[in-house]
Design a protein around this ligand. Structure first.
Ligand SMILES: COc1cccc(N2C=Cc3cc(S(N)(=O)=O)sc3S2(=O)=O)c1
Ligand SMILES: [Zn+2]
Length: 262
């Protein structure tokens, strides 16, 4: 089957041909229109809490669409906020970027794109027995989105990722990250967020995600983003760099967009 991607012939505009869910009514990402975000009081009451383990030797792989760190953490917990009474567990994290730092995030804020976006993917272990099963249900996954701003100070945690990228230049390659990774360090200091019901932003675009997008970006350097763009989408000699891997915003439709100023 033709491989999906981000070029005009296999990109977001044609995904729905191969992946029907991509044409659904609760797709992600969306443009976060801050004027319509409702500050929902009961989000304030149920504080969003997270607890992660620090892990070393996490496996990072080149998926052909970017890098992905497999981080199944049975000891991690994400709960509260929009997640009801269920507990979600970290499964993996990855990110999206653009050809230049003027674009790259998937969610936009009042039409403004950031230079990139990190996704921490969790699944509902209260209700479901496996990640794959959870991905088939409307409340199966919870993804934390964190925007990247470009600045002068490099992000030490992201640097641990960047330092492995030369070993996974080609699609299908993987390696272990020797450093200890603490997912908490990826989160901004300000914990205000927007939340809405959406989908996976890449095929199969399952409508199974409770999105939680932090308002405050974290800072990375241009050099770190340049390294992301050196990954190859191909498995062999042919070099087709992964210079952009973000889906443009999809219609919010009649979905509620709520905000919490933690
Ligand atoms: C359908 O069952 C499965 C099984 C295995 C992996 C996936 N996935 C595919 C895409 C995808 C996109 C994500 S994003 N950018 O919205 O955070 S998270 C994610 S995934 O759940 O890892 C789905
Ligand atoms: Zn993602």
């Amino acid at each position: 089957a033709a491989e999906w991607g981000y070029s005009p012939t296999n990109g977001p505009d044609v995904w729905a041909r191969l992946f029907p869910q991509a044409g659904g009514a609760r797709q992600s990402p969306v443009d976060i229109c801050t004027s319509i975000a409702s500050s929902d009081s009961n989000l304030e009451m149920k504080k969003l809490t997270f607890a992660y383990e620090s892990q070393s030797d996490l496996r990072i792989l080149n998926t052909g669409h970017g890098w992905k760190v497999e981080a199944p953490q049975s000891g991690s917990r994400l709960e509260g906020g929009p997640l009801g009474e269920d507990i979600y567990q970290l499964e993996q994290f990855h990110c999206h970027w653009g050809e230049t730092s003027a674009e790259g995030s998937e969610h936009t804020v009042d039409g403004r794109a950031y230079a990139g976006e990190l996704h921490l993917v969790h699944w509902n272990t209260t209700k479901y027995q496996s990640f794959a099963e959870a991905a088939q249900h409307p409340d199966g996954l919870a993804v934390l989105g964190v925007f990247f701003d470009v600045g002068n100070e490099s992000n030490d945690e992201i640097e641990k990722i960047v330092s492995t990228l030369s070993e996974i230049k080609f699609k299908g390659q993987f390696t272990d990250i020797p450093d200890v990774i603490d997912p908490t360090t990826f989160l901004p200091s300000g914990l205000g967020y927007w939340t809405y019901l959406g989908s996976l932003t890449t095929p199969p675009c399952n409508e199974c995600v409770i999105w939680i997008v932090y308002k405050e970006p974290i800072t990375v350097t241009e050099e770190q983003l340049v390294q992301f763009r050196c990954l190859s989408a191909c498995s062999g000699e042919a070099e087709e760099f992964i210079v952009k891997n973000y889906r443009p915003p999809q219609p919010l439709g009649n979905r509620a967009l709520r905000e919490c100023n933690a």
